[in-house]
Unconditional design. Structure first.
Length: 341
C-alpha cells in the first residue's frame, strides 16, 4: 500500500515524494483568501519524467517542442521565405555535394538480392520503396553494369547527361544499402553537405539546430505542408512534468509542471476499493489512452494549453486564466477517488 496523503491539499512535488504513480486524484488551487478552488475534478496522473524543450511562438500561439521531437526545421526569413533548398531530383543532390538528405516523398529504389529463383538463377537487385520522412546518406554513384563495366565514380565528377543509367548508392536509417536512379524526382532537403558554408540552406532536427544557431531564431517545420506557418524559437528549458489524462468523456491528455506552487493534489471526498475503481469505464479509458500514447507524447509538439504550469489568481468575477478555462470547462462533476497501489 502507498503512503496516504493527509487531509489537506499538498503540492505536486510533495505528493510524488509520498506515493507512486499512476493515481487518480483531483487538482485544486488555493486563492488569496485561502479558499480551495477546483482546477480539474478528476485526473489520472500516469507518468513522472524530466524533459528538455523549447518554447516557441507560432502565429501568436505559445507552443513547447521537446528536444526529442522527430520533425525537421528550416530557417525562415522575416518575410516567411524558407531558407532550406528543396532539390527536385537526386541528380541535383549529387551535383550540390549533399552527403545526407531528407526525402519527404516515397521513392523507388533497388536493393541487393541474395535469394535465388526457383530455376536456380539469381536476380542481383530487386525493387523496393523508401518511405517519405527518412534520411539517406549518399555514399557513391554507379553506372548500370548492363551498359558498361561496373565503375564507381568519385564525385563531384558526376555531371553525366545519362542520368537514367546512373544510380546513387545510399544508406537508409537502418543502414541498408539502396540504389536510387539519379533521375528520381521528389522533395529532397540537405541534412549535411561536403561544404560547411551551406548551413542556412539545410534542414535540422531540433537538438542540432539549437547547437548551430543562437536563440531566438525563426524557423518552420518541413513536412510537405505548403501552408506551414513559421515560428520563433525563444528559449530552451528543462522541466519536471507529469503525463496525465482527464477522466472524462472524451479523455484529454496534458502535462502538469511538478514544480508549480499553485497546483495542489487534494484528497478524494470518497474512497473506493481498488476493485471498484478498476471497474470504472472512464478510468480504464484514460489509463488505456495513456498506455497507447505515452511514448509518442513525450516527443510531440504541444500547445501550452496542454501543459498546465500554474493557475493564476481569479480575476473578472472569479474566472481562471483563459489559457486553462477549456481544461476546467471540459470536466463534468465526477466522483472523487484515488487508486491504491
Amino acid at each position: 500500500m502507498s503512503p496516504k496523503i493527509g487531509s489537506v491539499a499538498v503540492p505536486l512535488r510533495r505528493f510524488l515524494d509520498k506515493t507512486s504513480l499512476p493515481k487518480v486524484v483531483r487538482l485544486v488551487s488555493i486563492d488569496q483568501h485561502g479558499c480551495e478552488q477546483t482546477v480539474i475534478d478528476l485526473i489520472l496522473l500516469y507518468k513522472h519524467y524530466t524533459v528538455t524543450r523549447t518554447e516557441a511562438d507560432l502565429d501568436g500561439r505559445n507552443i513547447v517542442i521537446p528536444t526529442d521531437y522527430k520533425g525537421w526545421f528550416s530557417l525562415v526569413t522575416e518575410r516567411g521565405q524558407i531558407k532550406a533548398v528543396c532539390y527536385p531530383t537526386v541528380q541535383k543532390l549529387v551535383n550540390s555535394q549533399v552527403t545526407t538528405f531528407l526525402t519527404l516523398t516515397d521513392i523507388v529504389a533497388y536493393k541487393q538480392n541474395h535469394a535465388r529463383r526457383l530455376d536456380g538463377t539469381k536476380q542481383h537487385f530487386v525493387k523496393t520503396r523508401v518511405t517519405g520522412g527518412q534520411t539517406l546518406r549518399l555514399m557513391a554513384v554507379y553506372k548500370d553494369v548492363n551498359e558498361t563495366k561496373n565503375k564507381r565514380m568519385s564525385w563531384p565528377n558526376n555531371r553525366s547527361s545519362e542520368t537514367t543509367t546512373h544510380y546513387a548508392e545510399c544508406l537508409t536509417d537502418n543502414n541498408q544499402a539502396v540504389y536510387i536512379k539519379l533521375s528520381t524526382s521528389g522533395e529532397f532537403y540537405a541534412v549535411d553537405t561536403a561544404t560547411p558554408r551551406d548551413e542556412v540552406r539545410r534542414v535540422y532536427q531540433l537538438e542540432k539546430l539549437l547547437r548551430t544557431f543562437p536563440l531566438p531564431v525563426r524557423v518552420c517545420v518541413i513536412d510537405g505542408n505548403k501552408q506551414q506557418g513559421s515560428m520563433v524559437l525563444e528559449a530552451c528549458r528543462t522541466d519536471e512534468v507529469i503525463f496525465a489524462c482527464t477522466v472524462d468523456s472524451p479523455p484529454r491528455l496534458l502535462e502538469l509542471d511538478v514544480t508549480s506552487l499553485r497546483l495542489l493534489v487534494a484528497p478524494p471526498h470518497k474512497r473506493y476499493s481498488t476493485e471498484e475503481i478498476l471497474g470504472s469505464e472512464r478510468v480504464l479509458e484514460a489509463f488505456k489512452m495513456c498506455q497507447n500514447r505515452s511514448d509518442e507524447w513525450v516527443s510531440e509538439m504541444k500547445l501550452t494549453g496542454q501543459v498546465l504550469r500554474y493557475v493564476k489568481k481569479p480575476t473578472n468575477g472569479g474566472m481562471i486564466d483563459p489559457e486553462y478555462r477549456r481544461v476546467r470547462d471540459s470536466i463534468e462533476e465526477q466522483i472523487y477517488c484515488e487508486i491504491n497501489s
